[in-house]
Design a binder for this molecule. Sequence first.
Ligand code: UGA
Length: 471
Amino acid sequence: MKISVIGAGYVGLTTAACLAQLDHDVLCSESDLDKLAKLQNGVLPIFEPHLEQVVRLTMASGKLRFGSTIEAIEHGQTIFICVGTPPLPNGDADLSAIEGVARAIAKRASGYKLVVEKSTVPVQTGAQLKKYLAVLGANGLDYDIASNPEFLREGTAVEDFLHPDRIVVGVESPRAERLLREIYEPIVKQSFTCPVHSDCARAKDPVFLVTDISSAELIKHASNSLLAMKISFINMVANLCEVVGADVTKVAQGMGLDPRIGPAFLNPGIGFGGFCLPKDVQAFIRIAEKSGCDFSLLKEVEKINQQRVEHFVEKLRKELWVVRGKRIAVWGLAFKPNTDDIRFSPAIAVVKALLHEGATIRAYDPEAMAKTKAIIPEITYCSDAYHAAEGAEAIILLTEWEEFRQIDWSRLAALVDRPLMIDARNALSAQDLASCGFYYIGVGGITAVPQMAKPVISTLVTAQHGEVAVG
Ligand code: UGA
């Protein structure tokens, strides 16, 4: 099927490459000309596991091409709009890019087009889009509008797109539903050749859920807001655990065993970041407000999230006493592992707060250093986790990359000035670290002291509750 994807960000690029992998004939457009030129040469502007491989494969087979917006509007019978909807200062989603695409479609498209919103948009954007096209599209354009929210996560985007739990389509006509069913049939039947898993035939079949457009739009914002709520909830439980001496990992495990709750998204930390959850919660609050509903529950979710960075920095202050002049190793800068994305990364917020207090930062992240350097040039960027730890008075783990779990703790202990690990993600084993001489402080009451603790530091650490007894 001839498909166009407008916008080559995380969602657009993944959508385009994966639809091409399903054997559709895809043209993906990008308005940033530098980025477009790179994409046309098979160079990706982002790090996303497996995506480069799928882009290269599908470009080589001629199924995926990159071009201008005008070319995209002319090419596809179905046009997926995947442009950015960043937050405005008041929290509303900025829909100007969507409006720009609608205007271009109204001016340039002819024949029949199925226009699909895939960008995350406020409820009733579909209705606006339809009105807009009707007013502008006086050239006899025949079209349908549909909403097809995307639920992929950065870091696992290709897998999420090809093996989703559900595909949600909001439609107003049988024709739009039929086209979308046809496009997604290989995914629904899991009948395509998977570039990631050789055994993908075993993947569960996704549900294809057909709704009206407004419901599909709401499903996206409501899902992201509920995920954010789970995170803020467990973060508050973690605070409580720290005070009463309980272990949040056990609490989360016990809660998650109830299938009505589930274990996912119950990892406490330094708050949810990235370009989706924070802006979507904000936008959902605004959508509710404008509709006359006071969704104050979500305001609390946001407030709790905003307190996470300060809560973490305060923990570090308690250990270091004076932060000014202290050498701190930072492990992880991306907002989550397996991405180089630092937008709204809580790790970046921690680094900025520590710089403000006069700390000396030595940072390492497997993928996100180039992007961080562009906005924070004044810290030392290191070649690996060991290099960052040299002479450090504290190591802080801010993003739970897998490679941090593979560290040789004895080797690390010999490099640091003071063996203190503050793990903002509960990613490491308190026992492993403590048995190699580290003081370990996690989130939600998980702490450990080394077997041979030096008294001056142990008094600081033993003040914490929920201490793990080692040795
Ligand atoms: C999120 C949703 O999970 C996707 O379903 C959605 O499609 C996407 O937003 C989007 O709207 O485009 P993403 O932003 O890639 O995906 O990342 P998540 O895996 O949701 O993580 C978001 C943040 O929450 C990260 O900072 C992560 O570290 C944090 N998090 C996540 C926690 O602190 N604890 C958890 O238990 C889970």
